[in-house]
Design a protein around this ligand. Structure first.
Ligand SMILES: C[S@@+](CC[C@H](N)C(=O)[O-])C[C@H]1O[C@@H](n2cnc3c(N)ncnc32)[C@H](O)[C@@H]1O
Length: 444
């Protein structure tokens, strides 16, 4: 074959690349395999050193479902260095659904590569009812990889599951409650809340948020978000708006301290079982934020660089479930899904430019525009949206204009009075009523 020209090596490379491309194209075009399929290109490339080619070769070989390739697959699993190639070989071996291979797959559960372990679990699940397999899979409940643990707990879970519905929900529709969320939440029935959007108090940065220590502050938030898991329906969303906070320096010989709240809280939320979904960066115009860069503009000394902070985070989480998002969506009827369809001008990236809002009563409120976005992207018409750190209930206002219902808890009396002014139609629920469990007698 004339692959050389007077330009030397580059041409050889080009020719080889082109050749590989052709082989790959041929392999990929095979599709379904029948008796009349010409598989020569598969057999010619059984020992290809190209990972992409080998992947498709093994995939096609798997489609043949022929036990005479078992040895070949096992050799690939034993000797190949690519995780993808090895996984494909395990998958092709699994396609044979050969009981004789059960012990081999059980052995693979000890593989160092979680991809191989997961693929072997898939192969074994076909024989899930076999006591030997059941026992081996049960042992994987404590596997060090979190996805392996999740798959095993889903697959071996009892079929009966929580319906995600709460009979007392109506009682809490468009309600406001004055008190500490830690205490109030205890008396809220499980599965009432569809979605939560909240902005917890800043750590020691405002007069309404003074805590003994950062530890105590995080414990308060965790106590509330932990209870919220049970109160939120299966697969429901939680969106938490926070940003790092600076506590001013003690004196000139000390530096100010910056607390990375979104990052510390993220770890704690994931540990307790909220599933991290997305991080959205809320960008405010520079003129609206505190000027920190002033000193640096003068001296330009490295390390003393302090940019103006124009961002906050909206961390998005989903409540514990082994169901896909589609399952959550399908809990609603077609009309609700159609009515809830998001308008054309939705945010295309995770960077949202929204101007902050000011308020004569509260110093740190949500811009309504931010609430509108969160409500329309993470809840459906008719849902009950919740804010455990209600402030002056901006979320409630936005909920009403988006045909959602609200439940708001606010601790400070002066803000609660303002909520009552702003939401005269709201139902006021007292702690006494909750303690008496009045709602239990008013089921839908
Ligand atoms: C950042 S503000 C929220 C403002 C609100 N997003 C709005 O738009 O009006 C936090 C609020 O949480 C309230 N708060 C603090 N700790 C609380 C607790 N344990 N239970 C209920 N509310 C609390 C504070 O009084 C404050 O009004």
């Amino acid at each position: 074959m004339k692959v050389f020209d007077n330009k030397g090596n580059l041409t050889i490379q080009k020719a080889t690349k082109q050749n590989k491309k052709q082989v790959l194209k041929k392999l990929k075009s095979i599709g379904k395999i029948s008796n009349s399929t010409n598989c020569q290109v598969v057999f010619d490339n059984l020992y290809s050193t190209d990972e992409n080619i080998l992947l498709v070769v093994i995939k096609n070989l798997g489609k043949l479902k022929d036990k005479k390739y078992i040895k070949y697959f096992k050799k690939v699993i034993r000797t190949n260095e690519s995780s993808l190639v090895r996984r494909e070989a395990v998958s092709s071996l699994g396609r044979l659904r050969d009981r004789v291979q059960i012990e081999y797959f059980i052995k693979l559960l000890k593989d160092e590569d979680p991809n191989i372990v997961l693929q072997s679990i898939r192969a074994l699940l076909i024989f899930k009812k076999t006591p030997r397999v059941k026992k081996a899979l049960k042992k994987m409940k404590k596997h060090e990889n979190e996805i392996v643990r999740q798959v095993i707990s889903n697959e071996l879970a009892d079929e009966t599951h929580n319906s995600g519905k709460c009979a007392s929900k109506d009682f809490f529709i468009n309600s406001i409650i004055n008190g500490d969320s830690r205490e109030i939440l205890e008396f809220i029935p499980n599965n009432v809340i569809d979605m939560t959007f909240t902005s917890p108090p800043y750590y020691n940065a405002r007069d309404y948020s003074i805590y003994k220590s950062y530890k105590e502050y995080l414990e308060l938030l965790c106590g509330i978000f932990k209870q919220l898991m049970n109160k939120t329906k299966e697969g429901g969303f939680l969106i938490v708006n926070t940003s790092p906070v600076i506590v001013p320096r003690f004196s000139r010989s000390y530096s100010s301290k910056r607390y990375p709240i979104p990052f510390d809280l993220n770890y704690l939320l994931c540990e307790m079982g909220w599933e991290f979904i997305d991080d959205i960066v809320w960008v405010k115009p520079e003129y609206s934020v505190k000027n920190r860069i002033g000193g640096f503009i003068q001296h330009r000394k490295p390390m003393a660089y302090k940019p103006n902070t124009v961002t906050e985070y909206l961390m998005v989480y989903r409540n514990r479930t082994n169901k896909l998002i589609d399952w959550s969506i399908n809990q609603y009827n077609e009309n609700i899904i159609a009515e809830s369809k998001v308008d054309d001008d939705y945010e295309k990236t995770n960077v949202w430019h929204v101007s902050p809002s000011s308020d004569k009563v509260h110093s740190a409120i949500f811009p309504e525009d931010l609430c509108n976005k969160v409500i329309s992207y993470y809840s459906f018409v008719g849902d009950l949206v919740f804010d455990p750190f209600g402030g002056v209930a901006t979320l409630a206002k936005s909920a009403r204009s988006n045909d959602r219902n609200y439940m708001i808890i606010e601790k400070e009396q002066k803000y609660f009075e303002e909520i009552k002014n702003r939401l005269p139609e709201a139902k006021i629920i007292t702690l006494k009523e909750l303690k008496n469990g009045n709602f239990k007698n008013r089921d839908v």
